[in-house]
Design a protein around this ligand. Structure first.
Ligand SMILES: Nc1ncnc2c1ncn2[C@@H]1O[C@H](COP(=O)(O)OP(=O)(O)OP(=O)(O)O)[C@@H](O)[C@H]1O
Length: 830
């Protein structure tokens, strides 16, 4: 039996370094007079210009809105213009795609030089590790196959198909059974060296041979989980730099980096810190070590539960003992008003025992954040929507729905708000989610089919998953396991080369061909076709027919998409394949509930289930479109759009839509800013106190630093107006809190500073013209007709009239009127 390689083999052939460090000509001269450079504040300029000496660290503490992105982009430009670094010598890493896209957008805007931008390595940790594994994995690992990240549902399907008691892999029969989460845990443990195969088999009580074969199968088929990419990338870096003197063994791309810039360092969890250390300590051509720039804000560390640490920025010297560390602060906030900054710092930082950094607002005085009290979430959501409506109407459309964000703590809460807005007001919201929500629903089958069409890594598995859905008869899982076993035997007897994803399709197609010649010598040919032993009863003839139709239509659509793989043509191809092979029925069966797997076609979906399906399909299409615009905008050099989509569909791209109000968890809104932020804080159910109660109410309560940081991140997303739901009555707040807030709602006409009214200040700050008198008048009369302005002048009232009206006046729902007015004002302001 073949054992999994414990570690990559060493010293494979690499391109020689002489061909690698990038030659002149330097594109940097064109960067010497960037228009944005003059805008840098003195503290931003110091950071931008800090010398990138080898083995030095620049640790930048950057409070909310202090222009971290702006400063880092100017630093990148300065490194090239002043310190003559080539773009290929700089690596920029961040946690999320959103942060990377925002950096890339600013860079394109500021540098305005495609040649330079395209050479800069600007990546998420995941894509950086994945690209190392993609490019160099074949040199260090036994299997040369391309790797593909498996999402949660694929992972569960994998365990579903492979958890049969006896299974044949690589021509050997092995026994065992394992849940998806245990398998993942084992995989991580073995890769990280936490335990050996033998220890894993003892600990998880599973046959060692079975485990080994499963892991080998995953390896050979390039099927990986997120942590695998990280572990493999670290292995590659270790193996290629074993000999610090032998330049020929180094990976040129890594040895070229002279500067590494890491954004949001406070959110780095341990495995990523390990990646940074490996890249930082990787040998460098022509100098002894690299320079590191880290930027972050300890008070915005909200991923402690994943292993990150607010102290990281301060304690870097421990992790990099041979580096000289220099600490800098960015001292101004360009986003926060003095009142929002003060309230957030006092309540969330100082009262919670956290260390505040000196930060000053460059804005003039504004209004204090508005505190309101509501008795229940429903009342609170109604209040928020009525306030949004009022502000849009009163500003004559200067404020637009997309200027507002409601920040919830949990996905469940965002879901509740979204449903409330949709069901009672008919309003669609722009909900940020951490991954493609459709990917955990039945719509995932579309992805399986895309995998099959693409004929890349993951194709075999996509086909197995599709067949599992095409086969609607009892025992489908067993048949798919058997099919895999036969395929595996066929493969191990030398019928195909190393698996590159398209072999299962080839195997099934050739077996179907054998069945077709049955008319001449039925007995002989049927026994030759391996499929006949699986789909033997007349009942299963239909299944076999559907599989045949499925594969034929895949081939047809593959040809169509070769020349035109736009989202629209992909969707129409998918529809074609689904309808021909009876998969639409699968899609229309309600989603599996825990422990219940309804038989396909046996249950009629309810209206709500149908709507959910529609939304998931629409979300899949949106993912296709978002991914496509990235593919085009950033001129991605993947083989095809399908290939790119399969790598990126799960990315958290936050897409703003000017027509829609935003809803997000606080975690997902990190790094973003909005003119108006609502932070709900009502008791979650009768009798339970508000989540924020301990921060806001009790003077003597024990400090809660992690809750304080979450509150801080939430409040500091607000550029102009902040609403905070408070527990209890405003007058009962301790004065140290109530002094920082107001129980009055902001009104557009009130004068707030020397610049004038709130409307004038918003117009200045958002760089939008003040709407015409006619528009403002129209907004006011619409507002009057809704009759919500009077009831909300003081926010700390009890329940607002709107919710009541909705329940009593069923024929003309106030909610619908509000929704209509938002839609109408949108037309007016266009
Ligand atoms: N020197 C400057 N002059 C004017 N505006 C600036 C300057 N620097 C940054 N800004 C603006 O300030 C806002 C906040 O900047 P940015 O989003 O980069 O902050 P940040 O430090 O990343 O914030 P956070 O930590 O909350 O994510 C942006 O709108 C940016 O354009």
């Amino acid at each position: 039996m073949t054992e999994l390689p414990e570690s990559p083999s060493s010293s494979p052939e690499l391109p020689s370094p002489s061909s690698s460090p990038s030659p002149s000509p330097s594109p940097s001269s064109s960067l010497s007079s960037l228009p944005s450079y003059s805008l840098l504040s003195p503290s931003q300029r110091e950071v931008a210009e800090f010398p990138p000496s080898p083995q030095s660290i620049l640790a930048v503490r950057a409070g909310p809105g202090s222009g971290k992105t702006f400063t880092m982009v100017n630093r990148i430009a300065t490194l090239m213009s002043k310190y003559a670094l080539e773009p290929e010598e700089i690596l920029v890493l961040s946690m999320t795609n959103r942060a990377v896209n925002s950096l890339r957008g600013s860079l394109d805007f500021i540098i305005n030089n495609n040649e330079i931008s395209s050479k800069l390595e600007l990546r998420t940790f995941h894509s950086f590790c994945a690209s190392l594994v993609d490019q160099y994995g074949h040199l260090y690992f036994q299997s040369s196959v391309k790797r593909r990240l498996m999402d949660d549902l694929s992972w569960r399907s994998f365990s579903n198909i492979f958890s049969a008691k006896t299974i044949s892999i690589a021509g050997k029969k092995v026994e065992g059974s394992l849940t998806a989460s245990s398998l993942e845990r084992i995989l991580q443990g073995i890769k990280s060296g936490e335990f050996s195969l033998k220890q894993a088999s003892d600990k998880f009580k599973v046959n060692k041979d079975y485990l080994n074969e499963l892991l080998l199968y995953l390896e050979q088929n390039g099927m990986m989980r997120y942590q695998d990419f990280i572990a493999d990338a670290i292995s590659i870096m270790d193996s290629s730099s074993l000999d610090k003197q032998d330049e020929t063994s180094w990976i040129p791309q890594l040895a070229k980096y002279k500067v590494i810039i890491i954004d949001e360092i406070q959110d780095m969890h341990y495995s990523l810190l390990k990646v940074i250390k490996k890249v930082a300590n990787y040998p460098t051509y022509g100098q002894s070590g690299k320079h590191l720039t880290f930027a972050g804000d300890p008070n915005q560390c909200i991923y402690e539960f994943l292993g990150s640490s607010p102290e990281l920025l301060q304690k870097l010297s421990k992790d990099f003992p041979n580096y000289e560390t220099n600490h800098y602060n960015l001292q101004e906030t360009f986003r926060l008003t003095p009142q929002i900054l003060e309230a957030a710092t006092e309540i969330a930082v100082k009262r919670q025992g956290l260390q505040s950094i000196p930060l000053q607002s460059v804005k003039p005085d504004w209004l204090k954040p508005t505190a309101y009290t509501k008795d229940s979430p429903v009342e609170e959501y109604d209040y928020i929507i009525s306030e949004i409506t009022r502000l849009i109407l009163e500003s004559g459309g200067l404020l637009k729905p997309a200027d507002f964000i409601i920040l919830a703590r949990t996905n469940k809460e965002t879901q509740a708000i979204e449903e409330h807005m949709r069901d009672l007001y008919g309003l669609k919201a722009n909900k940020f989610s951490s991954s493609a929500t459709w990917a955990s629903s039945r719509v995932h089958v579309l992805l399986d089919i895309v995998n099959v069409i693409n004929q890349g890594p993951g194709s075999d598995f996509g086909l197995l998953c599709s067949i599992l859905k095409i086969d609607k008869k009892p025992g489908a899982k067993l048949r798919v396991s058997k099919l895999f076993t036969l395929y595996d035997q066929w493969r191990s007897t030398g019928n195909s080369g190393p698996c590159q994803g398209s072999n299962l399709e080839e195997f099934i197609t050739s077996e179907i061909q054998k069945l077709k010649v049955k008319s001449t010598d039925k007995k002989a040919t049927n026994s030759q076709s391996k499929l006949a032993s699986i789909y033997k009863s007349p009942d299963h003839k239909d299944t076999l027919h559907s599989i045949t139709v499925f594969l034929n239509s895949i081939r047809d659509e593959r040809v169509n998409l070769k020349s035109n793989d736009t989202p629209k043509s992909i969707i129409s191809s998918l529809y074609e394949i689904m309808s021909k092979s009876d998969l639409l029925e699968y899609l229309n069966t309600p989603d599996i509930k825990r422990g219940h797997s309804p038989k396909v076609g046996s249950v009629t979906p309810t209206d709500e289930q149908r709507q959910r399906l529609d939304r998931n399909i629409a979300a899949f299409y949106l993912s296709l479109k978002n991914s496509y615009s990235q593919f085009i905008d950033y001129d991605i050099q993947d083989n095809s759009f399908l290939e790119y989509f399969l790598k990126t569909y799960n990315d958290d791209i936050a897409v703003s839509n000017p027509e829609l109000i935003n809803i997000s968890t606080i975690h997902m809104a990190k790094g973003l800013e909005f003119p108006v932020v609502f932070l709900p804080g009502s008791p979650s159910s009768f009798g339970s106190s508000s989540y924020w109660a301990s921060l806001l109410s009790d003077e003597k309560s024990i400090p809660e630093p992690s809750k304080g940081r979450l509150f801080y991140v939430a409040c500091t997303r607000a550029k102009n107006l902040l609403y905070i739901g408070i527990p209890g009555h405003f007058d009962d707040l301790p004065s140290s809190v109530s002094d920082l807030l107001t129980n009055k709602v902001p009104t557009m006409s009130s004068r707030i500073n020397e610049r004038g009214s709130l409307l004038e200040n918003l117009s200045f700050d958002l760089n939008r013209p003040i709407p015409s008198r006619a528009k403002i008048k129209e907004g006011s009369s619409l507002l009057k007709s809704l009759n919500i302005d009077q009831s909300n002048r003081t926010a700390t009232g009890s329940s607002i009239t709107i919710a009541r009206k909705y329940h009593t006046v069923s024929t003309c729902s106030t909610h619908k009127v509000i929704a209509a007015s938002i839609h109408r004002i949108k037309r007016v302001v266009r």
